[in-house]
Design a protein around this ligand. Structure first.
Ligand code: C5P
Length: 222
């Protein structure tokens, strides 16, 4: 049969990557972070001076970018050709530009193909915005992970504090709601819960509890 696939979608800051990593580790399969692919394209285009509004130019740049994922024991690493950009793509400006390049259908189509190829040959936990709805419509289990915008902003607030970067909580709430709107209102493959996805609200759960929920859901569907 087809390889096992767990699809985890949801808004920014709900804890998708932490949960997806945890589930992948427990199952002994790879974790594929699709946001990192859009981030890598954004970084490449920023460096090459490609117009982020020009879908055709972005699609061409994607073909030439040499974006590649490697999955090892320490998780996913992202490359542009031979250059490891795993850390660099976490930058705030790269994240915001990733959300801009991701609105273009030509770009999404190519990314989806790459993601389907990865999941076609091996078991995966994949997270993103459109995994359950477009990339892996036949996934073994689909989870839509969310949390209130206040809880997500509070987590971001703590993360930034730990890095010595103080930001006002009310502004963080606004930014998160703005990004949700952009991801949910874009025309092509907007963020939404697949009909057959299980809704998990993580507002009152820690990552470990969410991992356990996902694993027990998986036992029921397998
Ligand atoms: O999840 P992450 O913050 O790394 O994703 C960066 C941006 O890439 C998101 O805001 C979203 O606009 C876009 N994205 C997407 N589809 C995915 C994953 C990410 O459109 N499957």
């Amino acid at each position: 049969g087809r390889p096992l696939a767990v699809a985890i979608d949801g808004p920014a800051g709900a804890g998708k990557s932490t949960v997806a990593k945890g589930v992948a580790k427990r199952l002994g399969i790879i974790y594929v972070d699709t946001g990192a692919m859009y981030r890598a394209l954004a970084l490449h285009c920023m460096e090459q001076g490609v117009d982020l509004e020009d879908g055709e130019a972005l699609a061409k740049a994607l073909d030439r970018s040499g974006i590649r994922l490697e999955h090892g024991s320490d998780g996913q690493r992202v490359f542009l050709g031979e250059r490891d950009v795993t850390e660099e793509i976490r930058r705030e400006d790269v994240g915001n530009n990733a959300s801009r390049v991701s609105v273009h259908p030509d770009v999404r189509e190519k990314m989806v193909e790459m993601q389907q190829r990865i999941a076609g040959s091996q078991a995966v936990v994949m997270d993103g915005r459109d995994i359950g709805t477009h990339v892996l419509p036949d996934a073994t289990l689909k989870v839509y992970l969310t949390a209130s915008s206040l809880v997500r902003a509070q987590r971001r607030h703590l993360e930034l504090q730990a890095k010595g970067m103080e930001r006002r909580l009310d502004l963080l709430v606004e930014e998160i709601e703005e990004r949700d709107r952009r991801d949910m209102e874009r025309e092509h493959a907007p963020l939404r819960q697949a009909e057959d996805a299980v809704l998990l609200d993580a507002s009152d759960l820690d990552a470990e509890q969410v991992v356990e929920r996902v694993l027990s859901l998986l036992e029921r569907v397998e």
